[in-house]
Design a protein around this ligand. Sequence first.
Ligand code: BES
Ligand code: MN
Ligand code: MN
Length: 463
Amino acid sequence: MQNIEDYISDNRERFLKELIELLRIPSISADSAFSQDVLDTADAVKSALEEAGCDLVEIHETDGYPIVYGEKIIDPNLPTILVYGHYDVQPPDPVELWESPPFEPVIKETAIHPQGAIFARGACDDKGQMYMHVKALEFMVKTDQLPCNVKFMIEGEEEVGSNNLATYVSLNKEKLKNDIILISDTGMIANDVPSITTGLRGLSYVEVEVTGPNRDLHSGLYGGAVANPINILAKMIASLHDENNHITIPGFYDKVEELSQEERAEMAKAPFSLENYQKALDIETVYGEKGYSTNERNSIRPTLDVNGIWGGYTGEGAKTVIASKAYAKISMRLVPHQDWQEITELFQKHFEAIAPKGVKVKVTPHHGGQGYVTPIDTIAYQAASKAYETTFGKKPIPQRSGGSIPIVSLFEKELGSKTILMGFGLDSDAIHSPNEHFGVWNYLKGIETIPHFYEYFTEMKKA
Ligand code: BES
Ligand code: MN
Ligand code: MN
């Protein structure tokens, strides 16, 4: 029987070509100008699942973009793995900073990816990682080595909050029934330091609007005499962190999980070079909450960040004006036990409370979700760990990530299922940024590792 390594070397070029074709479709869920492309991508995923050997593939319509559902049930008595991924991508902006067009994939070598990396929006997040699962399935089906049942649920609205997926999941509990959910939509420490993501942060995303005078004013005639909403907004935002970079919203930290010294010591063992980190970002020093390391700041600690701020005149040249309105988009990354709706309310109350007289403030919640922690004392984690050990020759390190996939906690709530986060991307792959890429080695390593998870999970489940 053919093994996965040989299968990959026989099919390497095709695996790359197929992914490149998928990456050519600009499935930007946030921008309605691309809605046909998003729909076309769903069709492409459907065909790919059919060709890989699913017995049933359906496009499930929602109030937004469709969900591609596929399955291959070989024996109802065997365990079932549910694979989740997303076929939508982030907008590529700013496009001028891309070295090659975002939807014209090219393979280029980089220092970290000597075997080349595929440069395209979605290469790593998440088309490339999702497609590893399709190719792993193809291998298992074509070589008659699929050890258990598999279901696929690939959505097209992850990058805009997965609103319709939540409804879909609650309406299709029976159909989606599974023993474990498997997701590749995160990263790992380095190609020679495999890790499995054991935590995701929650998220609360809000937009704020500060209104001063009822119209834009001449900044000479009125300047100094009325509240300038942009000045005020900047002040309000600045006050959200204190001198130790703690967030000042009352109650914000009340439910934050405090890790024990032992847990923090364990975390600190993960290899990390502050020097390389700073060098890669061209910053003189890192910056953040007092009392915590960089790896703690971006995983086990909550944050508040302005993602965008605007108002007034930003065109060419100068215009002397006091704007009527100023805006900002703000995200808060949350950690276990913080409830995103509660935090959203705390933010809203606080932001309204700190607004000085002379301006009006409006806070509009955007979307959010709970964080997630993967238990490691489970069959699923052990099977994943063993799969990595087999293909990387090293035991993977459990590591919490700073990113969010809000739907994961919802899966647990609605389906009662745990999730294994097998990410093969690297932080340096520039997801959501210009020049996103995914290592060819990582792509193929993912395809190689996944079937071992199926094998070990099924074995351990039976035992
Ligand atoms: N795949 C990412 C999340 C991610 C990336 C988690 C790397 C861990 C490591 C996902 O597509 C994403 O971008 N999520 C958003 C939240 C979503 C609600 C828009 C995020 O984390 O900003
Ligand atoms: Mn993603
Ligand atoms: Mn993303």
